[in-house]
Design a binder for this molecule. Structure first.
Ligand code: TGC
Ligand code: FAD
Length: 392
């Protein structure tokens, strides 16, 4: 196991833009990642096992519901603190950040935003403490980028709803206690339902043989005549805008998170390039390696600025869906390019598990696809600037 020597790059003194609280939250998360994630994450990824011993620590550092009000068990932090937590966790591993993203933005957020007060009090404190873990079911076998076409349906049976259908590619599904599931009613209107493990006809088979996000558990949600109590429907918003509203929050977290992966790859490549001697000199002395490193820090700095500004807009309630799409798309591509370049700086060592780079690179292949693919986010920007949707 290699020692975590990470040093965070801050080329434009962006720390000057952060409050003391932001810095404290970031340091606490960074320390936790160094202590708890770095020592075990490589083995977890190699073994394709979600390290569930991290769940209580994630809850303790406030990663479950960072911006959910304290009265419901959340940390009551602002959007920049939320982003910094995601950045530091993803510096450790995208799969661990995925678990925190799903719990916070795709499970706690819809219950907080679209649920009743009884639902908030019943679920949110337990989700914040990690006593309950949730997952989010939107994607289906036949409907990924186009969730509006979903086939999962529920019927009003008088004293309960009857749910039928299937969801695929669901993070945390194999071990989640509850699922926020999006389904159509008899009027073709989409609603969220809280489905609990143990309900008859509900199963969650795991998806195996992934080359990406190996330290995250992914699976299906299968509903075979599941009787869902009526009080489990999220009543306060319906239509496709309900799940898409949750995605805004999760995509924002990803835009910050992947800066963490990029920083880790850059930091590793910089250190290695100064230590690795070829032709009698450190490889950092060669112009071609300097070009790679200089471009990495330039792109990280641009992404940090973009994301900080987006955080300010989110705090003011002014960030648009299209602005979030731009940041998610830009930053994931930036991180993936940096991972690929950093891998080359390490030569053959770059393909080993002794360094985190290849793991980040493989993880980012999922991150560029989930929460809206790279193409879909480009089309969201295109629609925003032209006024013309080009999806169909
Ligand atoms: P469209 O007609 O554009 O919109 C339908 C309705 O939704 C409203 N809306 C939004 N509302 C709130 N927030 C948003 N971000 C919204 N975007 C759209 C819209 O105003 C409309 O409302 P109304 O009242 O007129 O009905 O919908 P469309 O069917 O044309 O699709 C548009 C498109 C392609 C952009 C959308 O479907 C999309 O974003 N597709 C990508 C799907 C996606 O991102 N799936 C993610 C699944 S979850 C996941 O990946 C979790 S990974 C977690 C992890 O491990 O970290
Ligand atoms: P498709 O929609 O089939 O797209 C295939 C290709 O076609 C893509 O390149 C896409 O960009 C392109 N394409 C599609 N439509 C258009 C168009 N109109 N114009 C141009 N190009 C287009 N989903 C959940 O609901 N919950 C989760 O927790 C979750 N976790 C995930 C975890 C992992 C590890 C992964 C890999 C996925 C996860 N997803 C989850 C699913 C994810 O959101 C979908 O994979 C994603 O939305 C894309 O859907 P798809 O894979 O069906 O691709």
């Amino acid at each position: 196991m290699s020692v975590d020597l990470f040093q965070s790059p801050d080329y434009y003194n962006l720390d000057d833009l952060l409050t003391e609280e932001h810095k404290l939250v970031r340091e606490a998360t960074r320390e936790w990642v160094k202590r708890e994630v770095s020592p075990i994450i490589e083995d977890a990824a190699q073994e394709a096992k979600f390290p569930n011993q991290l769940l209580s620590g994630l809850a303790e550092i406030g990663a479950f519901g960072p911006y959910i009000p304290e009265e419901y068990g959340g940390a009551g932090l602002d959007q920049i603190s939320y982003g910094l937590i995601m950045q530091e966790i993803e510096r450790g591993d995208s799969g661990i950040r995925s678990t925190a993203s799903v719990q916070s933005s795709l499970v706690m957020y819809p219950i907080f935003k679209y649920g009743t007060e009884e639902q908030r009090l019943k679920y949110l404190p337990k989700l914040a403490s990690g006593e309950l873990i949730g997952c989010f079911g939107l994607t289906e076998p036949n409907h990924g980028s186009n969730p509006g076409g979903m086939e999962t349906r529920y019927k009003d049976m008088g004293d309960h709803y009857l749910l039928n259908g299937a969801k695929l590619w669901i993070s945390n599904s194999p071990f989640a206690d509850i699922a926020v599931v999006w389904a159509k009613n008899e009027e073709d209107r989409i609603h969220g339902l809280i489905v609990e493990r143990g309900m008859e006809g509900f199963s969650t088979p795991e998806t195996h043989h992934k080359w990406s996000l190996r330290a995250s558990a992914t699976g299906e949600l299968i509903f075979d005549n599941v009787k869902v109590p009526k009080e489990n429907l999220l009543p306060n918003k319906s239509g496709l805008g309900a799940p898409l509203g949750c995605l805004d929050s999760a995509r924002y977290g990803i835009a910050w998170g992947v800066i963490g992966s990029a920083m880790d790859c850059y930091d590793t490549a910089l250190r290695y390039s100064k230590e690795r001697i070829q032709f009698g000199k450190p490889i950092a002395s060669f112009q071609l390696q300097q070009k790679k490193l200089a471009e990495m820090i330039t792109e990280i700095t641009k992404a940090q600025l973009l994301t900080w500004r987006l955080g300010v807009l989110r705090n003011e309630g002014r960030a648009t869906t299209a602005q979030i799409s731009m940041a998610k798309r830009n930053n994931v591509e930036m991180a993936l390019n940096i991972a690929r370049e950093a891998r080359q700086v390490l030569g053959a060592m770059g393909i080993t598990g002794d360094y985190s780079i290849m793991r980040h690179m493989m993880n980012l292949e999922s991150v560029i696809t989930y929460e809206g693919t790279h193409d879909i986010h480009l089309l969201i920007t295109g629609m925003d600037i032209t006024g013309i949707p080009a999806f169909k």
